[in-house]
Design a protein around this ligand. Structure first.
Ligand SMILES: CC(C)(COP(=O)(O)OP(=O)(O)OC[C@H]1O[C@@H](n2cnc3c(N)ncnc32)[C@H](O)[C@@H]1OP(=O)(O)O)[C@@H](O)C(=O)NCCC(=O)NCCS
Length: 282
């Protein structure tokens, strides 16, 4: 391709799919800086035309087994992307969420290649697509692969929005009837589980912008209101009002109206002059 035509293609890609365009640039730069990774970066990122192709290649190699080969898994992931373009949109929103919120994340390519919370979430997205298609056996197989490979157990029937960050991810459990709205951030060791006392609809409903700290257990069919925060290590058994922060075992409200979309800003500070601040009364 002549240089001008190549330049035009690059410009078009940057406008149409900026995250994919930047990911490619970052992979090229990484390959130039670290030649020992060049063949891996070409096979995984640079040889593909679309972000979706990268993900189906990379995920299938990560979770493939003797029972279900990477090639078969890749076919299923490609089928899901082709059938439901909203999955590809959610992938980009999740990449942007990690890049914007995780101070340790410097590039999109890092999210795509190395962040297992992101890998687990995308495996769930395909499992959820399979579940909705009535392919429950295959959906549950994907769930078990995700749990084995990434240490993240998400039931394929759970409903999870876009712009989600699952940071570090090890030990995250999300139950069958849980709902997680858009723009939520979860740290490792979070459980959205049942109490064991409820049946049918028995898992938490987490509204937009919520931030849930490492190791927090949120149990039962309770609502965690928009922009709420749950401190690490808490056991939450009661609904949490919007924009409030809860902490402790069992969790109690420690502040209210103190933060807007904390999952996005990753605001982990309680101002002592915030309305509703309860001092050290945990
Ligand atoms: C303990 C449990 C079995 C509930 O037992 P229960 O006797 O019905 O308890 P209740 O919900 O009526 O709560 C009784 C008291 O114990 C407290 N409590 C309940 N579970 C608690 C927990 N895990 N940690 C600390 N305190 C807890 C409640 O706050 C309540 O305190 P209060 O009387 O001062 O308000 C249940 O909460 C639990 O932890 N189940 C295990 C769930 C789990 O591991 N789920 C993961 C699924 S993936």
């Amino acid at each position: 391709m002549p240089d001008s035509a190549q330049e035009e293609t690059v410009q078009k890609l940057a406008t149409l799919d900026p995250i994919w365009a930047q990911t490619r640039d970052q992979a090229e730069e990484m390959a130039a800086r670290e030649p020992m990774l060049a063949s891996f970066l070409h096979a995984t990122v640079l040889n593909h035309e679309k972000l979706e192709g990268v993900l189906s290649y990379h995920l299938s190699h990560k979770i493939g087994t003797n029972d279900l080969t990477p090639m078969s898994i890749r076919q299923l992931i490609d089928e899901a992307f082709a059938d439901d373009p909203a999955i590809g949109e959610a992938v980009r929103a999740d990449m942007a969420a990690v890049y914007d919120r995780d101070p340790a994340c410097r590039t999109y390519v890092q999210v795509l290649l190395y962040f297992k919370g992101f890998h687990a979430l995308q495996t769930y997205r395909v499992a959820h697509w399979l579940w909705k298609k009535g392919r429950e056996g295959m959906a549950l197989f994907f769930q078990s692969l995700c749990s084995e490979k990434f240490g993240v157990d998400i039931h394929p029937a759970a409903r999870i929005g876009r712009g989600i960050m699952i940071d570090h991810a090890t030990g995250v459990v999300i139950g069958e009837t849980a709902v997680v709205d858009d723009d939520v951030s979860l740290l490792h060791g979070v459980t959205l589980g049942g109490t064991g006392k409820e049946h049918e609809d028995r898992h938490p409903k987490v509204r937009r912008g919520v931030l849930i700290g490492a190791g927090a257990k949120v149990l039962g069919n309770i609502e965690i209101g928009e922009s709420a925060r749950i401190a690490s290590g808490s056991v939450v058994l009661k609904p949490v009002p919007a924009r409030c922060t809860v902490a402790g075992v069992p969790a109690k409200t420690v502040a209210c109206e103190d933060c807007d979309l904390p999952a996005r800003t990753m605001n982990q500070i309680i101002e002592s002059d915030a309305p509703g601040f309860l001092g050290d009364g945990i």
